[in-house]
Design a protein around this ligand. Structure first.
Ligand SMILES: *Cc1c(COP(=O)(O)O)cnc(C)c1O
Ligand SMILES: [Zn+2]
Length: 420
């Protein structure tokens, strides 16, 4: 037995800790229930300090971790007394050492560890950007095999702060294929013996890894924040923040409330914003995302483009928003870019486009009086520091091991190509 069990949020079934992603009876999320209800930090540098609430046996040794600091400049500009920035990226002056520059790395470390602890050999991921890069980095650090299926447009994000290793198998998709083709191919590969799909939001290691942003904030502020701001693509990070809030609440030392989720998407692609503002648990594609391909082409923050997010599922984003009386925003490209310039000049670090969307939603919330000046606010800057990183590191490209033209390629051929 590990330090946790998995509990179904619908029927209450309990499972011992393994790589399971689904309940036998229904489609609901499983949640990790940890033996330790009072969080005690382990004496290590990186995110391993939150070991009590991570679904793994061995303490992580990476120095990657989220950081939290109190803003002065942006806080003054907005007239907020207690604005805290949660930053996941590279910013060594403040202790930020995530060299793949986003909170996806907080998912990758515990997920890869959990994989080896449950006897699997390799993990399969379909992603266009930050996620593939994070898992590739952890593969380079640990030697654990990853198979990354990346659509053509995602190849520019496939860089690393170190030399790529043979454990990274990058399969690029030809221009004629889209993201859905990449997902379908990854699902086929994951069915091979020894392989496993990373599982997305259903994987508690991903959620609880991202939840460390909220844990770090609560430890730093000594209380659960009143408001939590983040830009959402799948919503996994926000679900994770809610679940971390539930655990901190039960801990007892951090306050008797949950953080109010204030989340943003990038106009015109707004499936979750539209559904939530219409008070619906279901996303109705004809209403909430008409012509999604065109909409996704237009948005500035491309990672916020998930077409089937875990919104309706029990334990998903609709439930998280409901439990926290959450709010959702629609941010234009122009608003995001202006917010980015403002943030970068006031706080002194470069940020990724989705984080610019999060900053813009905070500006909007202040304008609309949705925060009181003395309330405690956590702004999750989930990605940044790529420009800062280039000052210290020479980045390497990950080279595709094969380029797939036909997504129905026989798997034997594909795996043989990967072995060379
Ligand atoms: C992935 C990502 C997001 C969105 O997170 P979700 O969990 O998919 O909602 C926001 N910002 C950055 C920097 C990201 O990499
Ligand atoms: Zn169940």
């Amino acid at each position: 037995m590990g330090n946790y069990k998995l509990k179904c949020l619908d029927c209450g079934s309990e499972y011992k800790s393994d790589y399971r992603l689904k309940c036998d009876n229904d489609d609901s999320f499983l949640r990790a229930e940890y033996q330790t209800t009072r969080l005690e930090l382990k004496n290590v540098l990186g995110m391993g300090k939150f070991h009590d609430w991570l679904p793994i046996k061995k303490i992580l040794t990476t120095d990657a971790a989220p950081i939290t600091y109190q803003s002065e400049e942006l806080a003054r500009e907005l007239g907020l007394k207690s604005l805290y920035i949660g930053f996941s990226g590279y910013w060594p002056e403040r202790g930020g050492l995530i060299k793949t520059c986003s909170f996806k790395e907080l998912e990758a470390h515990p997920t890869m560890q959990r994989l080896t602890e449950s006897g699997k050999l390799a993990i399969v991921i379909a992603s266009a950007g930050n996620t593939s890069r994070s898992f590739a980095h952890v593969s380079a650090m640990t030697g654990i095999d990853v198979y990354l299926v990346v659509p053509h447009f995602g190849l520019p994000s496939m860089w690393l702060p170190e030399e790529p290793t043979d454990s990274i198998h990058l399969i690029s998709m030809d221009k004629s294929n889209d993201y859905t083709d990449a997902i379908n191919l990854a699902e086929r590969i994951a069915k091979l013996p020894g392989m496993v799909s990373e599982g997305g939001a259903r994987n508690v290691a991903r959620r609880d890894g991202m939840g460390t942003v909220m844990l770090d904030a609560a430890i730093t502020i000594k209380r659960i924040p009143d408001h939590y701001f983040q830009a959402v693509g799948s919503g996994t990070g926000a679900i994770a923040a809610w679940e971390a809030g539930i655990r901190l609440h039960a801990d007892g030392r951090f306050g008797n409330h949950l953080p109010k989720l204030q989340l943003a998407q990038n106009l015109p692609f707004l499936p979750m914003t539209n559904a939530w503002n219409a008070k619906r648990r279901e996303i109705i594609p004809e209403i909430d995302m008409q012509d999604p391909k065109k909409q996704i082409d237009e948005i500035y923050a491309k990672v916020l483009s998930n077409r089937s997010p875990p919104y309706s599922v029990t334990g998903g984003l609709y439930d998280a928003l409901t439990a926290t009386s959450g709010l959702m925003y629609a941010i234009t490209n122009q608003e995001a870019k202006e917010a980015q310039t403002l943030f970068e000049s006031l706080e002194g670090i470069d940020i990724l486009p989705p984080s610019a969307v999060a900053v813009a939603s905070l500006l909007k919330a202040v304008d609309l009086d949705r925060i009181q000046p003395d309330e405690v606010v956590l702004l999750n800057i989930a990605g940044g520091g790529t420009e800062r990183l280039k000052e210290d590191y020479t980045l390497s490209r990950i080279k595709p091991i094969t380029n797939v033209e036909n997504p129905d390629v026989p798997l034997e051929d594909l795996i043989r190509a990967c072995k060379h």
